[in-house]
Design a protein around this ligand. Structure first.
Ligand SMILES: Cc1cc2nc3c(=O)[nH]c(=O)nc-3n(C[C@H](O)[C@H](O)[C@H](O)COP(=O)(O)OP(=O)(O)OC[C@H]3O[C@@H](n4cnc5c(N)ncnc54)[C@H](O)[C@@H]3O)c2cc1C
Length: 285
């Protein structure tokens, strides 16, 4: 869906409670933002996003600039009707290929520059939740690149909160260009640490062997190293697959899963079946 087609009808004011850089200095800047929302009806869960409306004026006379950010924690109002929205935002700057000038991404810089107490306008939630299956024996394959880890931080927390005795395998593949960019799973901060002693949970880092190259080959290696288990999971009758992050991850996965399935056709057939049976979830951008 195109950004201009989103419904901007109901808007909410959110107040920034805290902002914390979650990548070490010297790497790309990614911040976790915790916002408070006085909206008793607002509920959103892993896999969904909120819209952030940056007030204008902006380039080309646009009145506002609208971008989506995935929830990094489930959002439900507490007894007093206050909901907390947690976002994980990468500061985006880019070089114009014609002029060579550097431009600041509008919404991401706006969010990363906020100070506690600042108020912003958001809307949503948008997108379909990453549904937790009813059967706790279901195997779950979670695959993320970069900021795509945000929904899985929310998903894994929600899964073990609701089902402390989850029996199916939960395998999280988390990719980044370097260990410094491995969000929520780096030397300074590991939000998944509390799940490592659970028999069902395992997380794998997919780091590029060529950290300065802009290609997502790391995921191929990480999955191929565990090919037997992933192949067996994908062949299962109930396994669910959840994918999040920049859209180029889909191409990488098609390639690596085609290898596991035996051919691109065999993989496309399996993927169609996963989709048809609502066992394939995507949050890509
Ligand atoms: C459903 C959905 C969920 C999203 N969830 C998140 C999230 O949880 N965290 C997050 O940081 N972003 C997320 N994004 C991306 C976000 O909406 C913005 O596109 C991004 O922050 C850039 O917006 P901007 O206004 O700062 O940049 P603009 O002024 O629009 O300029 C964008 C420039 O940065 C590049 N760029 C855009 N996104 C990224 C990225 N993630 N990494 C590297 N370069 C990029 C673009 O190619 C372009 O060159 C999500 C997008 C969608 C559609």
């Amino acid at each position: 869906m195109r950004l201009q087609d989103y419904d901007h009808g109901q808007r909410f004011v959110a107040t920034l409670l805290a902002t914390q850089r979650i990548t070490p200095a010297g790497s790309v800047e990614v911040r976790e933002l915790r916002l408070e929302l006085a909206a008793p009806d607002f509920r959103a869960t892993a896999g969904q996003s909120v819209g952030v409306i940056v007030p204008g004026p902006h380039a080309l006379g646009h009145a506002h600039h609208f971008r989506l950010y995935s929830l990094a924690a489930d959002c439900e109002p507490d007894a007093s009707g206050i909901a907390h929205v947690t976002l994980c935002v990468r500061r985006c700057n880019y070089i114009d290929e014609y002029s060579g000038e550097e431009y600041r991404g509008v919404a991401s810089n706006y969010l990363c520059d906020l100070q506690p107490g600042d108020r912003i306008t958001i809307n949503g939630p948008f997108g379909l939740p990453f549904e937790i299956p009813a059967d706790p024996a279901t195997d779950l394959l979670l695959i993320s690149m970069g900021t795509g880890i945000a929904p899985f931080r929310a998903f894994v927390a929600g899964l073990y909160r609701r089902h402390p005795d989850w029996q199916g395998k939960v395998r999280l593949f988390h990719g980044a260009m370097s260990g410094l960019e491995l969000l929520y799973m780096n030397d300074e901060r590991d939000d998944f640490g509390e799940y490592y002693d659970r028999a069902t949970f395992q997380a794998f880092k997919a780091l590029s062997p060529r950290p300065h190259w802009a290609d997502p080959i790391a995921m191929d290696y990480a999955i191929e190293e565990r090919a037997a288990e992933v192949r067996e999971m994908l062949a299962g009758e109930s396994c669910r697959v959840y994918v999040a992050g920049k859209a180029d991850i889909l191409e990488t996965l098609d390639r690596v899963f085609a290898g596991l399935a035996g051919s691109p056709d065999a993989w496309q057939e399996r993927k169609e079946r996963l989709r048809a049976e609502r066992r394939w979830f995507e949050l890509v951008y």
